[in-house]
Design a binder for this molecule. Structure first.
Ligand code: PGA
Length: 251
């Protein structure tokens, strides 16, 4: 059985005081023992969140890391090792906002994935198609293509220490959620692709769904056979709602 994971991506949100308030709200939640829970604040809030969550069952991740794992001359970037030292356990890699707005291609994402592992972090590899790609029937080509690049570069065994998040771009922040069946179809294809390389890795790798996950739709998404939790954006900024999503994953 794969242990569910619910991850809250706080994106570029929050001030020190609002982040402290959100974290305190999280500490007050009744969270299920059977679910792993993580939050991903901005770099500048990682330390604050980490300290405030000390003793809570919620781990902390970063939203990005540098493509080089060695310390050195890379102005403006933050390395996986630096994030590990701060107490991060996870890092998002290849979120669609970084692919599409910042311009990270599959090669950059693949290097960041390896750099994350080299620094001691567990990458959450984000995959997803745009609405145009879905409408033209290219969903599986796009999503599996993004996945294949990482497998080709590093081998499938890297997923012993990583998680995959399927996030259709058209569902992110839009209020449009993939139906549980639409999401399951892609998750099953991702798992088949892993299984073609290594059945044991496919069996243990957690596949999260992301894209307008809310308390009201979480349970039906998490009930699908290949959906092992969620990557939650907007709804993770409300402690009570995020708590309810975590509880849905525990049922
Ligand atoms: P959303 O974001 O839940 O606000 O749609 C999900 C994400 O981008 O990870």
């Amino acid at each position: 059985m794969r242990r569910p994971l619910v991850a809250g991506n706080w994106k570029m949100n929050g001030t020190r005081s609002s982040v402290a308030e959100l974290t305190q709200g999280l500490v007050r939640q009744v969270l299920p023992e059977s679910v792993d829970i993580a939050v991903f604040p901005s770099f500048i809030h990682v330390d604050l969140v980490r300290s405030a969550l000390a003793g809570a069952r919620v781990s902390v991740g970063a939203q990005d890391c540098a493509q080089e794992s060695e310390a050195g001359a890379l102005t403006g970037e933050v390395s996986s090792g630096q994030l590990y030292e701060l107490g991060c356990e996870w890092v998002l890699v290849g979120h669609s906002e970084r692919r599409l707005i910042v311009g990270e291609d599959d090669g950059v994402v693949s290097r960041k994935f390896a750099a994350a592992l080299a620094g001691g972090l567990k990458p959450v590899l984000c995959l997803g198609e745009t609405l145009e790609q879905r409408r033209s029937g290219k969903t599986l080509d796009v999503v599996l293509g993004q996945l294949c690049r990482v497998i080709e570069d590093h081998g499938v065994s890297v997923f012993n220490n990583a998680v995959i998040a399927y996030e259709p771009v058209w569902a992110i922040g839009s209020g449009l959620t993939a139906t549980p069946e639409e999401a399951q179809e892609v998750h099953a294809a991702i798992r088949r692709c892993l299984a073609n390389e290594d059945a044991a890795v496919a069996e243990i790798t957690r596949l999260l769904y992301g894209g307008s996950v809310k308390a009201e739709n979480a349970a039906e998404l998490f009930a699908m056979a290949d959906i092992d939790g969620g990557l939650v954006g907007g709804a993770s900024l409300k402690a009570d709602e995020f708590g309810a999503i975590c509880r849905a994953a525990g049922n």
